[in-house]
Design a binder for this molecule. Structure first.
Ligand code: U2F
Length: 532
């Protein structure tokens, strides 16, 4: 019960109007189709894919709507952001291949047509069964559109949503009342959803579900490039402004490599920040870009855009990624781009995933204003003779199919997990620990090579659970992201009063957190062993 034919999917992706909003998505899906079908076959040979109910799924791309005013559709071939379109393309391919019944919309009018078929609510459970869809993937813009149109009807839909949220949402920002009281409520936060309903682009925090995307590449994993590497450095910066203030860094690269770029150029505007020595190709098609990356030895980060797909594509094509380090880290406290985003996450470099999960010899994370560091990294790359490629399993087609299938089959935000008789991920995959003072559960679990599992905080939030892990001089309850935890000087134990504030990322210097940590499949951190 999978769908491997491309044409019916293309028929679903027809534009409702003349805006050609799906053009880039259609191109990406078609280009990668044979890899998707190979991956599906490979997965089917390993697992039984039978007995999976076909679900009615609505995919609503709020970012493409006229109403958003973001011009994603208009800018898709003119240097506009593509990271989000990468993610939507791969999500659509995944859902379709897994055999579900798919509807794709991007305009509010289309939504209304579908939602008009919603029968009047009687009891919440009964009414949900009669809803026209069982799962809705959208983004925060889409969610806002739903809320506005559905008004009182929103409540019965809210548990169906999976919200694509590149940078993630933390518990303190999601809980509307808490965010308001702590003066951190912004237009993106305060959605009051289950934190696992937010689907991120990288595994930022286990509080959210890691959705990811697929690293596009033209070679199979075992194939070697027929193109020999040349002394080419390709700069990662498709808009002129991204190159500003980077001249010394670029000159150091130019002293050793032929410098190329893919910078969008408006016919009436000069590129003022791109040095004359740069061979500029303009925005390239996916295939042309990958052919260029095959010849490239080093892919040069300029510090922006943050956390895009391109560095992983470069590494997959055997190029080394020069990753600018940030000290102090960038966050909503000090960087305009992150202001208003519902997270306090500190970004230590342009691409923390490449820095932490990949590293040398594929990634050099350096201070680009420190010329000694730059020279050292470049000299090491110049001397390198073997440029091997690497794609983490979780960023392959097969990895994404496996992960998303597990979510679709097991996540259920409409019923409390316990009511289903079986908790997911199961208790056997979880070990409870008490972390070091000042550490978040994300970090405390990672120290023992496990992942914080927020679905299992409730079991730790009892006097008995405290007694198993520590001795308490007193017991209290509080509503904040740090609990359950023990205060180290007085051994005062505090339980969580508000389940929506259970948090993998909360930490405070004098507190030792009680943490549920689960195991994971190597290369697939989102899933516990046996959770596929
Ligand atoms: C990120 O968005 P971006 O669109 O800036 O992400 P990139 O890493 O630049 O690349 C997205 C895709 O664009 C493709 C490239 C990637 O798959 O192969 N591409 C192309 O087809 N032709 C070209 O000439 C150059 C690139 C991130 F993904 C978003 O979540 C953030 O909002 C944004 C800002 O931080 O950065």
């Amino acid at each position: 019960n999978t769908s491997l034919e491309l044409q019916p999917l293309m028929d679903i992706l027809v534009d409702p109007n003349e805006r050609q909003g799906y053009a880039w998505i259609r191109m990406r899906i078609s280009r990668m189709w044979s890899r998707w079908t190979d991956a599906a076959k490979s997965l089917m040979s390993k697992y039984s894919f039978r007995n999976r109910p076909k679900k009615k799924i609505l995919v609503h791309l709020g970012l493409l709507s006229k109403q958003s005013g973001w011009k994603f559709a208009e800018m898709q071939f003119k240097g506009g952001p593509l990271g989000e379109l990468v993610q939507w393309s791969d999500l659509i391919s995944t859902l379709y291949i897994l055999g579900h019944d798919l509807t794709v919309t991007s305009e509010v009018e289309q939504l209304l047509e579908i939602l008009n078929h919603v029968p009047a609510a009687r009891t919440p459970c009964q009414s949900r069964k009669e809803l026209p869809v069982q799962i809705i993937y959208t983004d925060i813009m889409g969610l806002i559109q739903f809320k506005k149109r559905l008004k009182a009807g929103y409540a019965k839909f809210s548990c169906l949503f999976r919200v694509l949220d590149s940078f993630g949402t933390e518990p303190a920002f999601n809980h509307r009342m808490f965010a308001k009281q702590n003066k951190i409520l912004t237009s993106w936060g305060g959605q009051d959803l289950n934190l696992q309903q937010f689907y991120t682009m990288f595994p930022h925090s286990p509080d959210n579900s890691f959705m990811g995307f697929v690293v596009d590449r033209i070679l199979n994993d075992t194939e070697k490039s027929s193109e020999p590497k040349r002394d080419i450095a390709l700069v990662y910066g498709k808009n002129d402004y991204m190159w500003e203030g980077k001249r010394s860094y670029l000159d150091a690269i130019h002293a050793r490599f032929e410098v190329h770029g893919t910078v969008y150029k408006d016919a009436n505007k000069k590129l003022v920040n791109v040095p004359n020595y740069v061979v500029n190709h303009g925005i390239l098609s996916g295939l042309d870009l990958h052919e260029l990356l095959q010849k490239t030895k080093v892919f040069v980060g300029l510090g922006f855009p943050y956390e895009g797909p391109a560095p992983l594509e470069a590494i997959a094509n055997g190029a080394v990624f020069l990753n600018p380090q940030f000290s102090p880290p960038h966050s909503s406290k000090n960087t305009k781009f992150f202001k208003g985003k519902p997270t306090q996450r500190e970004i230590t470099s342009q691409h923390p995933y490449a820095e932490v999960f990949i590293g040398k010899p594929y990634v050099y994370t350096i201070h680009v204003n420190n010329m000694t560091e730059v020279d050292q990294a470049l000299d090491a790359i110049v001397q390198q003779t073997n440029f091997s490629s690497y794609v983490p399993y979780e960023y392959t087609e097969e990895g994404m199919l496996q992960r998303m299938n597990a979510y679709i089959e097991n996540q259920n935000f409409c019923l409390h997990q316990e009511y289903r008789g079986r908790k997911w991920p199961p208790a056997e995959s979880v070990t409870n620990i008490i972390g070091e003072a000042g550490k978040s559960c994300r970090d405390a679990c990672w120290d023992i090579r496990k992942i914080c599992e927020p679905g299992h905080f409730a079991e730790l939030n009892t006097e008995q659970a405290f007694a198993n892990l520590t001795s308490c001089s007193s017991h209290t309850k509080s509503s904040n992201i740090y609990y359950p935890a023990v205060e180290v000087s007085k051994m005062a134990c505090t339980r969580q009063l508000e389940p929506k504030l259970f948090s993998c990322v909360g930490s405070m210097h004098a507190l030792r957190r009680l943490c549920p940590c689960r195991d994971f499949i190597p290369g697939q951190t989102a899933l516990c062993v046996g959770c596929d």
